[in-house]
Design a protein around this ligand. Structure first.
Ligand code: ATP
Length: 174
């Protein structure tokens, strides 16, 4: 699976439209404390459909939207887009690139898009599960999650293994 690009606009500290392009191989994001590195990880979870505010270090949807600074007004919407190379049909769709997008508004409304067509969260979660991606497992590993793997209960461990095996799709259907 090749993650090509992440686009953020109005998400947390990313007031201006920002695109992070990832060349093939390993990419590292470095920067001083508080510069927004973890916000990037939060954006990844957000666009993959995260519903737990705690997992993206927030209390409510509004916390995800740029709240303003002395030089920039607060924004009314946050959007994050994630571009995957799909030449190998990781996602069972006839597109060379698959783009997931999620928007959130101050009134708490969320919108989800798949290659620019609006979709339901359910459709997005199902497609992500088909590609063996997901949020319950270890696609995105945040600080402290290494310990959580070691401390996982048998039930939690089962969840991780099911997701890695691609069984999540069938669990969701059931
Ligand atoms: P560390 O290395 O200390 O973990 P980091 O680079 O991971 O830091 P983040 O935690 O990603 O930094 O970014 C924190 C910054 O994001 C803070 O300055 C915080 O004020 C800012 N921030 C978070 N949410 C918003 C928001 N809604 N609007 C504006 N800024 C925000």
């Amino acid at each position: 699976m090749y993650l090509k690009k992440l686009e953020l606009h109005g998400f947390k500290s990313f007031a201006s439209a920002t695109a992070l392009e990832f060349p093939r191989g390993i990419s590292a994001v470095v920067g001083p404390n508080g510069s927004g590195k973890s916000n990037i990880a939060d954006a990844l979870r957000f666009v993959l459909g995260e519903q737990s505010m705690k997992s993206i270090r927030s209390k409510k949807g509004e916390d995800l939207i740029f709240s303003g600074s002395p030089s920039k007004q607060r924004l009314s919407m946050a959007s994050v887009a994630l571009h995957f190379d799909n030449e190998d049909r990781t996602f069972p769709m006839e597109f060379g690139t698959v783009v997931f997008k999620r928007k959130i508004f101050r009134d708490g409304e969320n919108q989800y898009f798949l290659n620019d067509a609006q979709v339901r969260l359910k459709d997005l979660v199902e497609l992500i599960a088909k590609a063996k991606l997901g949020l319950k497992g270890y696609t995105v590993i945040n600080q402290g999650m290494g310990d959580a793997i070691l401390d996982a209960s048998p039930t939690e461990r089962k969840e991780i293994i099911f997701e890695a095996l691609g069984l999540k799709e069938f669990q969701l259907k059931k």
